[in-house]
Design a protein around this ligand. Sequence first.
Ligand code: NAD
Length: 488
Amino acid sequence: MAATATSVAKHWIDGGWADSGAHRDSANPATGEVIGSYAMAGPADAQAAIDAAKRAFADPTWRTDRRLRARVLNRMADRFEERTEDLVELLGRENGKTHDQGRLEVAFAPETLRFNAALALTDTGTNSQVTDGELSLVVRQPAGVAGIIAPWNSPVALGIRSLAPALAAGCTAVMNLPWQTAQTNSLIAELVGGTPELPAGVANTITGGHVSGDVLVRSPDVPTISFTGSTATGKQISAAASDHLKRVGLELGGKTPLILFEDADVDQALPIVVSALIVFSGQFCMTGSRLLVHERIANRVRTELAALLRAVKVGPASDPASEMGPIIDKPNVKRIDAIVEDAIAAGAKAIVRGGPVTEGPLAAGAFYRPALLEVHDNSMPIVQDEVFGPVLTMQTFATEAEAVALANDSQYGLSASVFSRDADLPLRVALALESGSVWVNDWAKLHDQFEEGGFKGSGVGRMRGFAVIDDFIEYKHIRLLPGSTPAA
Ligand code: NAD
């Protein structure tokens, strides 16, 4: 196992390691082997972390010194960069990500931390002289203790995506990271918590699940929640948080349409379609899971895409030739396959059946080969519901209006891709799509200076960009009579 500061992966509370005593095993999804053990957070651990964050917020040092916050965030960025390969190795071993895909995830952390260091220094309020002698100021103050809940599919990128703006704003934080990535969480905790100059209690990390997460959501001492996870859980959290009228940022599920127009460069588009399906083994909120193809290019796309998907090399992260790693665990392999079986029984045509690997050396792991299903009914669950696995549906359309209507006929609105060589059509379609991100001739390109988030059931609020800070601040209007009225 890559070096972490502890043999049992522990929580980081109030500036040091904490052990709840409830130990469980971590497993490698590619082999089923036990790779370590971890302490699982219960309500008492979550409460201890909240208490530490509350004490740290009460001390003005952190919340009033933005230069300190910027320094700490920049140093944290360096620490993540220096340990990139250790994080990649852990993500491969524990989360199943191929090393290339692990690097893709880990590279976000320093970028996000540095962007937010800059935000800590450049974030300003507004002021105006309303009438002669009257001055109004709007100051932006940190909300208090931020509760951060991140999912297992990309704990490094997503945990930091919420933590960095919380710290930039001057909040203190409790991060509830998922038990499925406990070993990785331990290294995240070490890199965050051990940053020089970070005051004890400002950033606390626990490994848990819904029990410890719920303590954050219901605590009167946590005024803002930044949640990344499924739409179903997001709704529960939103309802529970309403007891205290909390601010809730929600980054939820998706069902990304990939729209291939008749004039698309098919040779260029299809490898992108394959990546959109297989990156993180389809366990990505932005996984391209709905292929919409113009009917005149459908035959070519069907044949060539099927060949590309059959050729995807499924294997463990430890094999550099692997193009797609395992699913997070075997129960999820079973769950995904049941969804595919139901879809076929309901009339979907399996162009590429894919499915669990049940023979050979990979059979001990949670491997699932990519599937391509052709469907004609947009209301089918396989089209409407997030699968969170490498399963792609294909539908045809005849007109631009039909393509947009099919894409928008979804509870989700996280992201979409448009493939076309036209100069006007991509922008026209992008503007019509009910989607937080739209890529033209590309997929899943994210930058910290641009907002990321969902329309409709894909979320509330935005991560990244300048709007990211809004989840973590309160606006305060102060009116002054500063005595600037001209002398009589
Ligand atoms: P999930 O919603 O089941 O759980 C996410 C985390 O929330 C868990 O790790 C758990 O710690 C916590 N949790 C669960 N129930 C809770 C409750 N009632 N109260 C408080 N905390 C609770 O999601 P998952 O299966 O871990 O992750 C996959 C989902 O996340 C997919 O739907 C995916 O699309 C979504 N996701 C969204 C984004 C985005 O940026 N929009 C990014 C990654 C993943």
